[in-house]
Design a protein around this ligand. Structure first.
Ligand code: FMN
Length: 334
């Protein structure tokens, strides 16, 4: 008998079970920090409801073009790097699954090997470069990304002040704030579209635009940057309203399902990033698990798009969303 493919929640469950079996249980988000941004993001997302439109059915199209890159679905693997429980080729396997599902792959801190292998298997890869204190290293990584064939580059400016792990900050000796002039120079020297990751305010969005970025990613960096920064879904509508026509607006942090993706599209994002979910899908079934997860998320997105009268991802708007009267989302603009 043919096995029924796993559902989204079953993929997450299997990933966690397989990690347990390997003796390294799932620790993200860690229990030791408050993690308010991520929790409130979830709470806020769950307070948004769709207005269905069942008559006059539409056939939804999820294929889209992001920064000139053709995708089958408005979904990307947010920048990832090696973790302790991942096999050596884990990132490449994620890239394989992402590529097979027609989505966009982003790699974060790391070496040349996974970058080249991911590009060689056909994945469209974005390299997110850290705000290294040693500015030379930034330029080196930029040149490497261009030469190896990345489709875009970027910088996660929310790691200017190091990485938050639980309630500890590390890598603050490695990363540091770059001056605005330096970032202008970095962007102007880039031959590829440049993404500024970690934008949560209109002020930073305006700066990114002025400095010549092509895209911004509204992101809390999961629980790993600054806790109590405004949750990305609350920040998104204000930013996309002002900058959606000037910049490509991407978003991540806390997205789990196709319905989550539709809410972000309705709030003005062009594509939505998943990081920790990709790790769970990898642990569930390698590249096939990643591909299946993206297919499942896309199928749910497509189904709810049909039920809300959305024919394609670029025309989704806020009219399909009703916020719960019990939570007043700070960022909701009707
Ligand atoms: C294992 C791991 C490694 C990550 N490495 C990077 C990185 O190198 N650069 C970066 O910008 N973000 C990195 N991130 C952050 C993710 O890109 C993403 O912003 C964050 O996890 C929120 O998405 P999520 O809620 O779907 O996990 C990493 C996340 C994880 C889980």
């Amino acid at each position: 008998m043919k096995e029924t493919p796993l559902s989204i929640s079953e993929i997450y469950k299997k990933g966690k079970e397989n990690l347990e079996k390997k003796g390294s249980p799932w620790k993200s988000p860690p229990d030791s920090n408050i993690n308010a941004s991520v929790r409130m993001n979830r709470q806020y997302m769950d307070s948004l409801f769709f207005e269905p439109q069942f008559f006059d059915p539409v056939k939804p199209e999820t294929a889209c073009s992001i920064l000139g890159i053709e995708l089958k679905t408005p979904l990307f693997c947010s920048p990832l790097s090696q973790t302790d429980f991942m096999a050596d080729d884990g990132l490449v396997e994620i890239a394989r699954g992402v590529h097979q599902a027609g989505a966009l792959m982003m790699l974060g801190i790391g070496g040349s090997s996974e970058l080249q292998k991911s590009i060689d298997l056909g994945a469209k890869v974005v390299k997110m470069i850290k705000p290294y204190q040693k500015t030379d290293l930034i330029y080196k990584k930029l040149r490497e990304a261009e030469e190896r064939g990345c489709v875009a580059v970027g910088m996660d400016i929310d790691h200017f002040y190091g990485r938050l792990v639980g309630d500890k900050v590390d890598r603050d000796d490695l990363f540091g704030p770059q001056s605005t002039e330096e970032i202008r120079q970095i962007i102007s020297e880039s031959k590829l579209p440049f993404i500024i990751k970690g934008v949560l305010s209109k002020i930073d969005a305006e700066k990114a635009y002025q400095l010549g970025a092509s895209a911004i990613m509204v992101s809390n960096h999961g629980p790993s940057s600054i806790d109590f920064t405004i949750p990305s879904m609350m920040a998104l509508p204000r930013i996309s309203e002002s900058f959606g026509k000037k910049l490509t607006v991407l978003v991540d942090t806390g997205f789990k399902t196709g319905n989550d993706v539709l809410k972000a599209l309705a709030f003005g994002a062009e594509a939505v990033g998943f990081a920790s979910s990709m790790l769970l899908a990898l642990m569930a079934d390698g590249a096939a698990g990643v591909e299946l997860l993206i297919d499942r998320i896309t199928a749910e997105l497509q189904r709810t798009m049909a039920a809300t009268g959305c024919a394609n991802t670029s025309t989704v708007d806020r009219s399909i969303i009703h916020p719960s009267p019990f939570i007043t989302g700070a960022g909701f603009v009707k």
